[in-house]
Design a binder for this molecule. Structure first.
Ligand code: BEZ
Length: 220
C-alpha cells in the first residue's frame, strides 16, 4: 500500500473497527468473533525484546485485572513472528515474573498494522508505532492514541479514558479536563431556549453558566 493510500484508509473515531483474521499467541483469532459483548483495547508496539516495549507490555499485564473489571479484553500486536512473541513472553516471565496473558498478534505480513494505520512510514517503515484503539462492544472505534517509537504510553491515562468512555455512555454525560472516577461530570448543555431556562432555574447542579453545569454521579 502506498503511503497516501494508507493514510486515507486509516480508521477514525466513530468507524467500525476493520475486521481481520490473525495468528496470535493465543491461536488464530477472527476479530469480529472475538470478545463478544466486551470492549477491546487493541494496541501495537514496535518490536519484541526492546526496552520501552517491555515496560509497556508489562504494564498492560500487571494491570490486566483493572481491564477485566472494565469488561475489556487486551490484544497486542507487533510486526514480529509468533516465535519471537513466545520467546519474549517467556524471557520477561523468567526475568521479572510478569506474564503477558493476552493475545499478541504476529503481524509479520503487516496486514493488520496497515489496516489500522499502525505503520506510519515517516516514523518507521518496518515497525508499528505505539497505537491504542479503544473499541466498544458494537466494534465501533471510540478513541485512538498514537505514540512514537521513543516515548512509552501512560497506563493510568489508558485506563482513565476507558473508564471515562464507559461512564459517559452509561450516564449520558461528558467528562471534563482530567476527569477521574468519583469526580463530577458535565451535564449535556441545553439545546433549546426552554431547556436553557430550565437549566438556569436548576439549583441541583454546580453551575458556572447554563452551558457548563456539573453533577456528581451515583455510581452504585
Ligand atoms: C523500545 O521499545 O525500546 C524501542 C523500540 C523500537 C525503537 C525504539 C525503541
Amino acid at each position: 500500500m502506498e503511503t497516501q493510500e494508507m493514510i486515507n484508509t486509516m480508521p477514525r473515531i466513530g468507524d467500525q473497527a476493520p475486521d481481520f483474521e490473525a495468528v496470535t499467541t493465543k491461536g488464530k483469532i477472527k476479530f469480529s468473533d472475538y470478545a463478544k459483548d466486551k470492549w477491546v483495547v487493541l494496541f501495537s508496539h514496535p518490536a519484541d525484546f526492546t526496552p520501552v516495549c517491555t515496560t509497556e507490555m508489562s504494564g498492560f499485564a500487571v494491570r490486566k485485572p483493572e481491564f477485566d473489571a472494565l469488561n475489556t479484553e487486551l490484544m497486542g500486536l507487533s510486526i514480529d513472528s509468533v516465535h519471537a512473541h513466545l520467546g519474549w513472553v517467556n524471557n520477561v516471565r523468567n526475568n521479572t515474573g510478569v506474564y503477558f496473558d493476552f493475545p499478541i498478534i504476529a503481524d509479520i505480513d503487516m496486514k493488520v498494522s496497515k489496516l489500522y494505520g499502525m505503520l506510519q512510514p515517516n516514523e518507521s517503515e518496518t515497525a508499528a508505532v505505539r497505537a491504542v484503539f479503544f473499541i466498544d462492544p458494537s466494534k465501533k472505534i471510540r478513541l485512538i492514541m498514537y505514540y512514537p517509537l521513543n516515548v512509552g504510553r501512560n497506563m493510568d491515562e489508558i485506563l482513565r479514558v476507558l473508564d471515562a468512555l464507559q461512564t459517559s455512555d452509561k450516564h449520558k454525560v461528558a467528562m471534563p479536563l482530567d476527569w477521574k472516577r468519583g469526580e463530577k461530570v458535565i451535564i449535556p448543555p441545553p439545546k433549546t431556549l426552554q431547556e436553557m431556562e430550565n437549566r438556569l432555574a436548576d439549583t441541583s447542579c454546580e453551575k458556572v453558566d447554563f452551558y457548563l453545569c456539573k453533577k456528581s454521579l451515583n455510581l452504585n
